[in-house]
Design a protein around this ligand. Structure first.
Ligand code: 5GP
Ligand code: ZN
Length: 113
């Protein structure tokens, strides 16, 4: 398996496991773009939201639960935070394993680039 996020999920590549449960994992982004920058992934490989099938929505819901959970435990929920899922080429997705960015600790601008 040459997917780096699958390797992180399997413990074959190092990452601080900020939170994990049976279906999801949260870990810091290697190149943080904000004081808080976590990634949340399903442990089971999915390419992106674009390819999600009916059977994948429980994993998506589990990831969003983990997003809210880590935002709370990292103290981002009071001031607010941003959740981003880049999808495909136009979306700027560079790692083809479904993931959400959880960014906080500074004021975000809109629209994104
Ligand atoms: P994307 O551009 O696909 O939305 O986000 C991929 C993210 O994964 C980028 O923000 C990038 O910094 C991060 N990333 C790439 N490789 C690694 C890695 O090996 N470990 C960690 N923790 N993050 C990575
Ligand atoms: Zn993967």
């Amino acid at each position: 398996m040459d997917c780096i996020f699958c390797q992180i999920a399997a413990g074959e590549l190092p990452a601080e496991r900020v939170y994990e449960d049976e279906d999801t994992l949260a870990f810091p982004d290697l190149r943080p773009r904000a004081p808080h920058h976590l990634l949340v992934i399903p442990k089971r490989h999915l390419d992106s939201l674009a390819g999600a099938r009916d059977e994948d929505w429980p994993a998506v819901a589990a990831c969003l639960r983990t997003v809210a959970h880590v935002a709370r435990t990292r103290g981002m929920d009071q001031a607010g935070y941003r959740v981003v899922a880049n999808v495909g080429v136009d979306g700027g997705q560079t790692v083809n394993h479904l993931h959400w960015h959880v960014l906080g600790g500074r004021l975000m601008t809109w629209p994104p680039g």
